[in-house]
Design a protein around this ligand. Structure first.
Ligand code: ZN
Length: 277
């Protein structure tokens, strides 16, 4: 199943187009894309049985973040071996956790303003929580994930390393620095939900490409480790970490420039397309 946020309304994405959930359900489910995660099991049961609903064509530019206002956003740093090494850190024994503040969320297309600084790209697979998770075993971790979407953990390295110790959250939270989309895909849609290709390119040149079976802490492990401390709430977002190939680790270092087009994809989900200004 694929869902999306079309001009602020929750839709199901089908072969024929977008099905408006509030209309198709006769109001049983509301239009708010964020609210659906509070009734995720009920919603998916309804959607799987749905037949004959009116599907309409839609423009990709009408899509917004499928998760517009989560209560909590978790992000995992240094979660691919080669990226930890290129960043000059040890392979972490415990997940490195920070947040991206919710005002940084934007949709899968559009323009993003560059602050003065050194703005870098980080393709990431994003997992969205369905059922509340508290003190969950790793073996049960996937059962708490509603679906997966494409994310960019856009990062200003100047702000991140402005003074020791490094602080991750602020420099990764300028407006537009947490794009997500274009759709949310349920884990059952993937041939292997633990081995998914992701990558990004700048002006057509590939800069990152990897597979999630290289994650140091897998999605179920992240769910177990985070939920050991605090509850993960329906609609919470987890940026799972970026693979190697970021700009700051290049020789010479490379950062995003006005006019650059960044295309970010995850196989089986789709792509995002952003221009910087
Ligand atoms: Zn990241």
């Amino acid at each position: 199943m694929r869902i999306a946020n079309l001009d602020g309304r929750l839709v199901l994405i089908t072969d024929g187009g977008a099905v408006d959930v509030e209309r198709a359900s006769g109001g049983s489910f509301g239009a708010d894309p964020q609210a659906v995660f509070d009734r995720w099991a009920e919603f998916t049961a309804w959607a799987r049985d749905l037949q004959g609903a009116e599907a309409r064509p839609y423009e990709i530019t009408g899509l917004r973040s499928p998760v517009p206002l989560p209560r909590q956003i978790f992000a995992i740093g240094l979660n691919y071996r080669e990226h930890a090494i290129e960043s000059g850190f040890e392979i972490p024994e415990h997940p490195v956790v920070f947040t991206k503040f919710a005002s940084a969320i934007t949709g899968p297309t559009g323009r993003i303003a560059l602050p003065e600084g050194k703005v870098d790209w980080e393709v990431e697979l994003v997992a969205v929580v369905g059922e509340r998770a508290y003190q969950v075993d790793e073996a049960d971790g996937w059962n708490h994930i509603a679906g997966l979407t494409v994310g960019q953990d856009i990062s200003d390295r100047h702000q991140q390393f402005i003074a020791p110790p490094a602080q991750f959250s602020l420099g990764k939270s300028y407006p537009g620095f947490a794009p997500m989309g274009p759709v949310l895909v349920t884990p059952d849609e993937f041939a292997d939900r633990d081995d998914i290709e992701l990558g990004c390119s700048i002006n057509g040149e590939s800069v990152q490409k990897a597979r999630t079976n290289d994650l140091i802490f897998s999605i179920p492990t992240i769910v177990a480790r985070l939920s050991a401390v605090l509850p993960l709430l329906p609609g919470d977002v987890i940026f799972t970490g970026t693979p190697s190939g970021v700009g700051q680790s290049r020789t010479p270092a490379r950062f995003l420039q006005p006019g650059d087009e960044l295309v970010t994809y995850v196989n089986g989900i789709g792509e995002m397309r952003h221009t910087f200004e």
